[in-house]
Design a protein around this ligand. Structure first.
Ligand code: HEM
Length: 145
């Protein structure tokens, strides 16, 4: 049980690091950057991304390793729940963004970054899903569903 508790602490701290960053970008930085002239706005987004992308990658890896490890330790009755499925969905979406779409520069190539409203909306949807996974995970882990 000590191992499970350590994994749970690592899992939650990784989620705080990563989703906390997504919250700050979505609720504070992007609305601020959206007031700048187009080229300056892109520069600031890329500057922030340069600092945060690797942190997010490490946090996503830690959350995934600890999550799958706990998954292996738990009985099927818990692992086959929809709220664990929701966590997995959020994790897969962010992993694709950070490890596939970003390195291939897909958001820039598809022009999503250039569109301030679309870019903010994309972040808001991902953030809402992540917050739902956190809320449902905390309630579900205590038998609330
Ligand atoms: C590979 C993906 C993931 C897997 C396999 C996974 C698996 C798990 C497991 C097995 C637990 C323990 C549940 C229990 O104690 O009964 C847990 C807890 C938790 N997970 Fe995940 N998770 C993943 C991703 C995520 C993501 C993306 C988030 C949030 C955005 C998240 C948020 C949480 C939270 C907040 C808890 C703590 C629940 C509590 O004890 O209060 N997880 N996760």
């Amino acid at each position: 049980m000590a191992l499970f508790n350590i994994l749970l602490a690592i899992h939650v701290l990784s989620v705080v690091w990563w989703i906390g960053g997504v919250f700050t970008v979505t609720a504070s930085l992007l609305p601020l950057f959206n007031r700048l002239p187009a080229d300056e706005r892109i520069q600031w987004i890329q500057r922030f991304e340069g600092r945060f992308a690797n942190q997010a990658r490490i946090a996503v890896l830690l959350a995934g390793i600890s999550g799958f490890w706990m998954y292996a330790l738990l009985p099927g009755a818990i692992t086959h729940t929809w709220w664990i499925g929701l966590m997995l969905l959020v994790w897969v979406l962010f992993a694709i963004m950070l490890f596939v779409a970003e390195p291939l520069r897909l958001p820039a190539k598809l022009g999503v970054i250039r569109n301030p409203r679309k870019f903010l909306a994309l972040h808001a949807v991902l953030l809402a899903l992540a917050l739902a996974a956190i809320a449902c995970g905390v309630i579900g882990a205590r038998g609330g569903f």
